[in-house]
Design a protein around this ligand. Structure first.
Ligand SMILES: Cc1ncc(COP(=O)(O)O)c(C=O)c1O
Length: 410
């Protein structure tokens, strides 16, 4: 394994609902959901059943031929997007294998639209924002102006410009007639769970229309019911809707798949051969995502996410009252939440893990909470009991020793 990650000791061998089990059968409550991926929890029985069913039937044909599921998934994504009152121009979908690839397609599609609108080639710039995260491939990385990620791989691709998130005044000079596309997360996930203001997104959309640039919402982390709406931008007025919407993570609940949803105007700029993928849209992934989208688009599930989000926030507020110096701010919507700490969260995360709770960080000193959307109220309570204990130990300077000796039934 190339050393691209530093991993703690447990090796996970099994998952069930909101829990993971390590090689010694110790049980961990998962507030990370594989980085906002396992929205339906681990080992969803119906997903496993469908996977087996489809694997016995047809896994892959390549995009040279039709199969029943790529089209069905594309249609479902468009229909559910329109039904939810989001992206009113949604018309068609390109299916790929990851978030980075979904953004890569969005960047390429925007450049193609730019070429069609201005054949001189001048309209090719891509605008993105500081503190964002759009992926690790060279295109999506070029749109991710974080020196930690970009510097080792410089130079970035030409034609990328960066602005300040939520700065409305700056938009006019940032987005110009030479802009082909603007990519933005309605809520920055990796950046520390920071939401764009409706005014910023509305102004961005207005400026994109003025100059004929494509507006891309990267909802790879914040979309698909994570905020309690089908998409994070659902609540915005129509004039703030995007021309392209990218998704991945929860789309496959762990099966690698991504999608780029585009308006008719964007689709019209594309011709056969412009873009492609060998695995993208394979019948297995598409059938699984079809089932997952059917579940995540249910209003009842989304309403529950809102209720659970409030329960989470209430627990976080209680912790903040108890440790006012430690917890500076609580941010986010639904089950995409962040607690801004005054220090490095690493010791708290270690103490929590050693007591059977998994949490991740984001941004600078932010504790990020992205549990399965199916998590129960009792599980949330259990998690906060452990987190409180972990914080107590760290804040009061106690020596942290692993107490996670609990062996559960196999
Ligand atoms: C908002 C956003 N965009 C893009 C990506 C990249 O997705 P992937 O890791 O599937 O390539 C991520 C992953 O964390 C993300 O959070």
């Amino acid at each position: 394994m190339v050393k691209t990650y530093v991993r703690p000791a447990p090796m996970f061998v099994k998952g069930s609902g909101s829990y993971l089990y390590d090689v010694e059968n110790r049980k961990y409550l998962d507030f990370t959901a594989g980085i906002a991926v396992n929205a339906l929890g681990h080992a969803d029985p119906e997903m496993a059943e469908l996977m087996y069913e489809q694997a016995k039937t047809l896994i892959h044909t390549s995009n040279l031929y039709h199969n029943p599921w790529t089209g069905a998934l594309s249609q479902l994504l468009v229909t559910k997007t329109l039904d939810s009152g989001s992206m009113h121009d949604a018309g068609s979908v390109f299916i790929c294998n990851s978030g980075s690839e979904a953004n890569e397609a969005a960047i390429k599609f925007s450049r193609k639209v730019g070429k069609v609108r201005d054949p001189s080639g001048k309209k090719h710039e891509i605008v993105s924002f500081h503190n964002s995260f759009h992926g690790r491939t060279m295109g999506s990385l070029s749109a991710t102006p974080n020196p930690k990620y970009q510097k080792p791989f410089a130079p970035m691709l030409p034609g990328f410009r960066y602005g300040n998130y939520n700065n409305v005044e700056e938009i006019k000079n940032l987005v110009t007639p030479e802009t082909a596309g603007v990519i933005v997360e309605p809520i920055q996930g990796e950046g520390g769970v920071i939401a764009a203001t409706p005014e910023f997104l509305t102004a961005l959309a207005k400026r994109c229309k003025e100059v004929g640039a494509v507006l891309i919402y990267d909802e790879i982390q914040c979309g698909l019911a994570r905020t309690g709406d089908f998409w994070a931008h659902t609540f915005l007025p129509e004039e703030a809707h995007p021309d392209i919407l990218t998704t991945a993570k929860a789309l496959g609940n762990g099966f690698p798949i991504g999608a780029t949803i585009v308006s008719k105007a964007v689709a019209d700029a594309m011709v056969p051969g412009d873009h492609g993928t060998t695995f993208g849209g394979n019948p297995l992934g598409s059938r699984l995502a079809h089932y997952i989208v059917s579940r995540l688009s249910q209003k009842s599930l989304q309403d529950e996410v809102k209720v659970k989000g409030t329960i989470f926030i209430n627990h976080l507020k209680k912790l903040q009252e108890k440790y006012p110096a430690l917890i500076e701010e609580i941010r986010g919507r639904g089950l995409l939440l962040g607690a801004q700490l005054d220090r490095d969260p690493a010791p708290i995360i270690t103490a929590a893990r050693e007591r059977g709770l998994l949490i991740i960080t984001a941004g600078t000193n932010t504790l990020r909470f992205v549990p399965p959307l199916t998590i129960s109220e009792t599980e949330i309570e259990e998690g906060f009991r452990i987190l409180d204990e972990a914080i107590d130990l760290v804040v009061h300077g106690a020596k942290i020793e692993g107490t996670h000796g609990k062996v559960v039934e196999a």
